[in-house]
Design a protein around this ligand. Sequence first.
Ligand code: F6R
Length: 263
Amino acid sequence: MEVIICQDSGKASELAAKLLKNQVKKRKHSVLGLATGSTPLTMYKMFIDFVKAEGIVTSEMIAFNLDEYVGVGKDHEGSYAYYMKKNFMEPLDLDPRQLNIPDGMAEDVKKECENYEKRIRQQGPIDLQILGLGQDGHIGFNEPGSSLGSRTRIKSLTEETRDVNRAAFSSLEEVPRHVITMGIQTIMESQKIALMAFGKSKAATVAKMVEGPVSALVPASVLQFHPQVKVFLDEEAASELKNQDYYKQVFAHKPAWQMEEFV
Ligand code: F6R
């Protein structure tokens, strides 16, 4: 894992946004894997600004989102389809067909999961997967105990995750219990992965993910097995890492050619 510690979340978002825009600039048919939640919001805004400023073509790229709530329609403000429409699709003027998001209202959820997996296989591999990090160590909505070999399927949220995600719903009772999420194996088949985590509340989980043993109890720790993972952190999220100084030195002294993806 390449751990990139920035002075604040703004700088970390900027570097991640540059990585994403360079991916699309280099390959206009890029297949992106996208996350929702509060962490990538600034990064998406910056990505959109870079795309507009540099005239980067986005009409050929496609994206697959990690997850969606079961039983929540795409017009509900808490749905991830709504989030993507407002924060990504509309500002970039994308064709809705460019964005793949699991259908939380599908009558046959099992079939929807199988079809989603099939679509990723047909149109993938995902060139660059963006991830956030759950406080309990989830990636996508692969909660602790998820199979490290899992594929897109229905999962039950932990009470902790439901509570953290309640802001988009009118009450805790309204937060769905079930989600459709890409599996851990599905995520691991992406060519490159960029995970972002900000703030003190993520520090202990970041330390377990980067420096702890690989365990299904901390699903994000499986990323230690992936050869192309970048972890973008602010100082607070990095504060419990033992090797902080080393990660900072590595980034400060990267060869110039390795910095091209951050220009
Ligand atoms: C969202 C997702 C989740 C979030 C995670 C962190 O699509 O897959 O894994 O990335 O719950 O959420 P925030 O960024 O809100 O802290």
